[in-house]
Design a protein around this ligand. Structure first.
Ligand SMILES: [Zn+2]
Length: 210
């Protein structure tokens, strides 16, 4: 997929966009960079209530919630105030928009309907645009195994538990235009440990890790 990029974008003191490609500095924290890119794209207003936010007030909401496979990429992130973020919770943007302008009783009803819907969806797969995700063989993804066992921790266990329960992965991994891993290391380790050949991947075609 092609992510939205502003005309200019700096990470630290480095200009990161050249010829329409986001060049990620090798030392950069990918998630932090995606947060900053979302702010550069969408401004410092709460996405839901419209309130102007001081930098320290900004929280990041995943439009497609992480609980349903929503990735930490700038197109899936919006700046929000803490209040809106916590009341949106694990609902999709579409679901939440329907809950904003209704009375408390209706809100309660919708919450429980959507909650059940989402639990059902989770069993089947993630709720993401089909064009975002492809199944790819692990050996086409370049990532370094040198960090080893340190990654078999909390994230790894969460993935293991989810996979054993639902027989698919809780989220896609993210790679750049030349298939270098950007996010999702524990998932790849889990797949390797268990002889699973293909994993769900979101490929960012206008991003390259340097
Ligand atoms: Zn708000």
């Amino acid at each position: 997929m092609i992510i939205n990029l502003p005309a200019n974008f700096r990470y630290g003191d480095k200009e990161c966009i050249r010829e329409g490609i986001l060049k990620i500095p090798s030392h950069a924290d990918f998630r932090m960079l995606m947060y900053q890119l979302a702010i550069a794209n969408k401004g410092k207003k709460c996405w839901y209530c419209g309130r102007r936010l001081a930098h320290s007030e900004i929280t990041m909401d995943h439009l497609y919630p992480q609980d349903l496979g929503g990735p930490t990429i700038s197109d899936n992130l919006v700046p929000t105030c803490g209040k809106c973020n916590s009341s949106k919770n694990n609902f999709t943007e579409q679901q939440y928009q329907k809950m904003i302008h209704v009375d408390e009783d209706t809100k309660k009803k919708l919450r429980s309907i959507y909650y059940r819907q989402n639990e059902e969806r989770k069993k089947k797969g993630f709720v993401l645009p089909k064009t975002w995700v492809k199944q790819k063989k692990i050996d086409t993804i370049s990532f370094s195994l040198t960090v080893g066992d340190g990654y078999r921790g909390k994230q790894y266990n969460r993935i293991a538990k989810f996979y054993r329960t639902y027989h698919h992965f809780p989220n896609p991994v993210i790679v750049d235009k030349v298939d270098q891993l950007l996010d999702g290391f524990p998932l790849l380790i889990y797949a390797k440990d268990n002889g699973i050949e293909k994993v769900p991947v979101i490929k960012l075609d206008n991003v390259e890790k340097m």
